[in-house]
Design a protein around this ligand. Structure first.
Ligand code: HEC
Ligand code: HEC
Ligand code: HEC
Ligand code: HEC
Length: 171
């Protein structure tokens, strides 16, 4: 290989690494969000999530039903991709989040390490720039699709109502 070509390869590797660094944010886990998002007057987001289907998604993989589809579902990367936030992104981004959390806040809202501070969170544009994601139907469908061995179909309006954790003080 000539040196010009080598230089080109080295440059593009740095470019790609640089790009992914700019987009990668660490995962902090639901208990960190709870500090600010569990007041009853503002919608008890943490308690609603903890009582809902997503919080138990990792636990579900230990059930007899789950073992119909895999010998060891809690260790099967195929299942974990949709049943665990902790196991669905690069290990070096898992900061304080725990494996047992199942599908937690950050699978829908984006990894929180860089938007969690009050100064950023109070400003929607700054939050979006720091990794906050507005959860849309497309986000749900990354997991609610035919690749799920138990897929039952997905109706956004109906499903989003089932997991609703609206803040009644915002519009
Ligand atoms: C230090 C407190 C704090 C922490 C920690 C925090 N937030 Fe927030 N968050 C806020 C504040 C303040 C707002 C502005 C709206 C309000 O007053 O409730 C907000 C707004 C939001 C919104 C609404 C954005 C919109 O559409 O306007 C979402 C979604 C959100 N936070 C998710 C999270 C998630 C997920 C985590 C954990 C990864 C988290 N927050 C951690 C304080 C916090
Ligand atoms: C990271 C993957 C993932 C994402 C993203 C996701 N879900 Fe889920 N969802 C699951 C899994 C896994 C279950 C099954 C949990 C269990 O039963 O243990 C589930 C279950 C549900 C259920 C309960 C279904 C039932 O049969 O009772 C509802 C409702 C739901 N999700 C709504 C949503 C909505 C709305 C969105 C988007 C805003 C969404 N989900 C995004 C993985 C995901
Ligand atoms: C399965 C995806 C999903 C998960 C998991 C999830 N959310 Fe949400 N969240 C949504 C969607 C969709 C909306 C917008 C619709 C709504 O308010 O119900 C939303 C809205 C919000 C809002 C804004 C409410 C408002 O009315 O301004 C906050 C704050 C929030 N979520 C915090 C959290 C926290 C904290 C967690 C974890 C404890 C969490 N969410 C888990 C999908 C999710
Ligand atoms: C593409 C994402 C995805 C993959 C991959 C996936 N699941 Fe799921 N799983 C879901 C969703 C979403 C649900 C909620 C119900 C539905 O629509 O299937 C769910 C629900 C379940 C349930 C509860 C079923 C019920 O009716 O309540 C079990 C058990 C389960 N999954 C086991 C597994 C096992 C075992 C694997 C690996 C072989 C796996 N899943 C792979 C997304 C996925």
């Amino acid at each position: 290989m000539n040196s010009k070509k080598l230089l080109l390869i080295i440059c593009s590797v740095f470019f790609v690494v640089g790009l992914s660094k700019a987009q990668d944010h660490d995962y902090i886990g639901a208990p960190k969000c709870k500090m600010c998002h569990n007041k009853a007057a503002k919608g008890s987001q943490y308690d609603k999530w903890a009582a809902g289907p997503h919080a138990k998604a990792f636990e579900t993989l230990a059930s007899a039903e789950a073992k119909k589809y895999s010998a060891d579902p809690q260790k099967d990367a195929k299942c974990l991709a949709c049943h665990s936030t902790y196991h669905s992104a690069s290990a070096d981004l898992m900061y304080t989040i725990k494996a047992e959390e199942g599908v937690s806040c950050e699978s829908c809202h984006g990894p929180g390490a860089d938007y969690k501070s009050p100064a950023v969170m109070k400003d929607k544009q700054k939050s979006l720039a720091a990794g906050l994601i507005d959860p849309t139907e497309a986000v749900c469908k990354t997991c609610h699709n035919e690749k799920s061995p138990t897929y039952k179909g997905f109706n956004y309006a109906e499903y989003v109502a089932k997991i609703s954790h609206d803040d009644p003080t915002t519009e």
